[in-house]
Each structure stands twice: as structure tokens, then as C-alpha cells.
Design a binder for this molecule. Structure first.
Ligand SMILES: NC(=O)C1=CN([C@@H]2O[C@H](COP(=O)(O)OP(=O)(O)OC[C@H]3O[C@@H](n4cnc5c(N)ncnc54)[C@H](OP(=O)(O)O)[C@@H]3O)[C@@H](O)[C@H]2O)C=CC1
Ligand SMILES: Nc1nc2c(c(=O)[nH]1)N=C([C@H](O)[C@@H](O)CO)CN2
Length: 237
């Protein structure tokens, strides 16, 4: 029986793409969702990665993705809920729409995908099946400038507990809570210095530390319902 694929949502760039490439290196079939076409997707496709378009900003978009995912595969080894919108808070008439959009991307999409795709994970013939939620250190701390983002990531962190209890023992459900992992393309050195100073390790580690954490969860048969902090000691500052 061929191995079941691992789904990474939002896998066209940065942490998601890095993990997709590393999973292919480790011999896993991979499916990624993406919102915008770009050259990097062709590189993934050339390595055999299946790419499915998805916009989780609406419930219809989420359900449409799930239907196309089920046409693509009859089983899944794991689901990594990585898609995310790091939108700052709005203080105008767009505030409510922004909050609702972040709720759908960070909470409704993982919730509906977990519910509707349980059967795909159950159909996996391998000994272990996983769901991994990408949350954020600020889920426990809040954020003055990204309150809606932090709150919806906190909701995702809570969904980890509920789905871990619902799906045990056949499916393990865990979260990874990063702090600064990669800078944005427009971040200058002043921002980088300020961001590095927020953690005890005072570094920008890059996406390899996230793959190490994902690998740990995928390889450990006795871990469920936890959130793995990958934050350089952000809580110590
Ligand atoms: N980078 C970091 O330092 C940190 C990251 N994290 C978390 O780790 C994960 C990966 O981070 P990172 O790689 O920086 O993430 P990105 O900001 O690069 O976002 C990942 C992908 O999410 C997709 N996405 C955004 N909105 C939607 C939507 N409405 N529907 C479908 N897909 C959408 C984007 O797709 P497209 O590009 O096609 O529009 C994007 O490629 C995220 O969950 C993030 O919150 C947490 C703390 C720190
Ligand atoms: N979807 C995203 N979420 C987050 C990002 C990002 O680029 N995309 N970046 C961060 C920052 O690195 C933050 O941790 C630095 O203080 C947080 N979330």
C-alpha cells in the first residue's frame, strides 16, 4: 500500500513550503493548499507535490477546498494547519470584517477540515495519524497590535485540546506555538534588532526549527493535546 499524503495548508511559501520540501526529502507524499499562484509552486510540483487552490476567508471556500481534497486523495497521514493571515488590527469600519476573516482562516478552516477529513485520517493504514495546528506564542500573551490575530490563534490552541480528546487514540492532535521564526520581506534591521531582543535566545532561527518540531510530533506515538513552544524563551523576557 502506498503511503498516505501529508496535507500542509498555506504551503506555498516560508514555513509551510520549507516543511513541505523537508517532508518530500523524508519520503512523504505531500499536498499543499495555496491562495495565489507563483513560481515556487512549480518547483514544488516538479518534486511531485500536489497543489490545491484554497481561500479560507469564507465558509464556502473552506468547504469547496474540502470537496476537492477528497477528490484528490482517499486517505491522509497528517494535516498541518499552517495557513494564516498576520493582519494587524483595524480601527475603522473594517475592524469587524478583519476579525471575522481571521476567525475563518485560523479557527473555522481547521475546525471544518478536522471534522470533514477525519475519515481520510482514519483511512490511513500507517500506525500513526496526526493533526498539527500552527498557533503562536501570542495566543497565551495577547498582542496590542494584533489582538484579532492573537485571539483567533488562542481559539485554535483551544481546538487542539478538544480535537485531541475527541480523536484519541487513533489520531493525535497537537500544536506548535512559534514566536519569531522568519522575518518578513519588508522588515528592516531596526525591526529585526527589536524583534530579536524580545526573546532570551535573541535570534531569528529560520524555518528549520519548525520542521524539527513537526518531525518530533509526527514521530512520537505518545504525544497528544499539547502545544510545543518554539519561541527562543520569549516568555522569559
Ligand atoms: N513566521 C513567523 O515568524 C511566525 C509564524 N507563525 C505561524 O506559523 C505559520 C507559518 O508562518 P509563515 O510561513 O510566516 O506564514 P505566512 O504569513 O507566509 O502565511 C502562510 C500562508 O497562509 C496563506 N493564507 C493566508 N490567508 C489565507 C486564506 N484566507 N486562505 C488560504 N490561505 C491563506 C498564504 O497564502 P498565499 O501566500 O497564497 O496568499 C500564505 O502563503 C502561520 O500559522 C503563522 O501564524 C507564528 C509565529 C511566528
Ligand atoms: N501568518 C503569519 N503569522 C505570523 C508571522 C507571519 O509572517 N505570518 N510573523 C510573526 C512574527 O514573526 C512575530 O512572531 C514577531 O514578533 C507572527 N505571526
Amino acid at each position: 500500500m502506498s503511503a498516505s499524503p501529508i496535507l500542509i495548508t498555506g504551503g506555498a511559501q516560508r514555513l509551510g513550503r520549507h516543511c513541505a520540501e523537508r517532508l518530500v526529502d523524508d519520503g512523504h507524499p505531500v499536498i499543499v493548499s495555496y491562495r495565489r499562484e507563483r513560481p515556487e509552486l512549480e518547483a514544488l510540483r516538479s518534486r511531485g507535490v500536489v497543489t490545491l487552490a484554497a481561500d479560507f476567508a469564507t465558509e464556502a471556500g473552506i468547504l469547496d477546498f474540502i470537496a476537492r481534497l477528497k477528490q484528490q486523495t482517499s486517505s491522509l497521514r497528517a494535516i498541518v494547519h499552517n495557513a494564516s493571515d498576520w493582519a494587524p488590527d483595524c480601527h475603522d469600519e473594517q475592524a469587524g470584517a478583519t476579525f471575522e476573516r481571521l476567525f475563518r482562516v485560523h479557527m473555522l478552516a481547521p475546525y471544518l477540515i478536522n471534522l470533514h477529513c477525519r475519515e481520510l485520517l482514519e483511512a490511513c493504514g500507517e500506525p500513526q495519524r496526526d493533526i498539527v495546528h500552527m498557533t503562536d506564542f501570542v495566543a497565551q500573551k495577547g498582542s496590542k497590535k494584533h489582538a484579532a490575530y492573537a485571539a483567533t490563534k488562542a481559539g485554535l490552541a483551544n481546538l487542539t485540546l478538544s480535537f485531541a480528546a475527541m480523536y484519541a487514540p487513533r489520531i493525535q492532535v497537537n500544536a506548535i506555538a512559534p514566536a519569531l521564526i522568519m522575518l518578513g520581506e519588508h522588515d528592516d534591521e531596526a525591526y529585526a534588532e527589536q524583534a530579536r531582543a524580545k526573546s532570551a535566545m535573541a535570534m531569528v532561527p529560520g524555518p528549520g526549527v519548525i520542521y524539527q518540531s513537526l518531525r518530533y510530533l509526527l514521530d512520537n506515538r505518545y504525544v497528544t493535546g499539547i502545544t510545543l513552544p518554539v519561541d527562543g524563551g520569549r516568555h522569559l523576557r
